[in-house]
Design a binder for this molecule. Sequence first.
Ligand SMILES: [Zn+2]
Length: 226
Amino acid sequence: MLEKLKKEVFEANLQLVQEKLVILTWGNASGIDRESNWVVIKPSGVPYHKLKARDMVIVDIDGKIIEGDLKPSVDLPIHLTIYKNILSAGGVVHTHSHFATCWAQARKPIPCLGTTHADYFFGEIPLTDLPNTEDYEQSIGEKVVQCIEKNNKEQCRAVLVPGHGPFVWGKTVEQSVETAFVLEKLAEMAYHTIMLNNGKMAELEDKYLKKHYERKWGKDAYYGQK
Ligand SMILES: [Zn+2]
């Protein structure tokens, strides 16, 4: 069942390790098949070098296991809450990538300091509210969704959970991995830029933010090939 999506989700998880966004088992990627509303996710706590495409777990939108012998990622409720509320999400990625996690731990949104950032995100990468510890993963999912909705949904494809790390989504699982990779690079660039500026933030002017974001993602986008 869902062999193609299982392969995509498996490869996405491996790519997170190859791109050094994930070490040990500090992260997870999932994808959803919107026809059946079934979600494919990495199993919990299996070392990446032992992971096989057939180990991917298929669950329904409420988390009931449809196929798979292993327990799904413990973060499954976060992924499901995002899929239930952000209907254009086809993939979700969570990592503890170094620089993005440092910003989350410093409890600071990542500011947009240049056009590299504006090409991907419309403004800063926001912080969610803190989750409750009862129904912990469910609560993280709710805080992530609230933050995405508050920040204009389609334009907000990455958020930081304070003291924890980044959650990103995309139209596909492959796109979500790319977004996680870009986010990490931007987090690193922002850190170094602020250091060079002796701790001061010089945010990109709104007109350049708008121009760069819209030429790539706006309704009259003209970046790339038709
Ligand atoms: Zn985590």
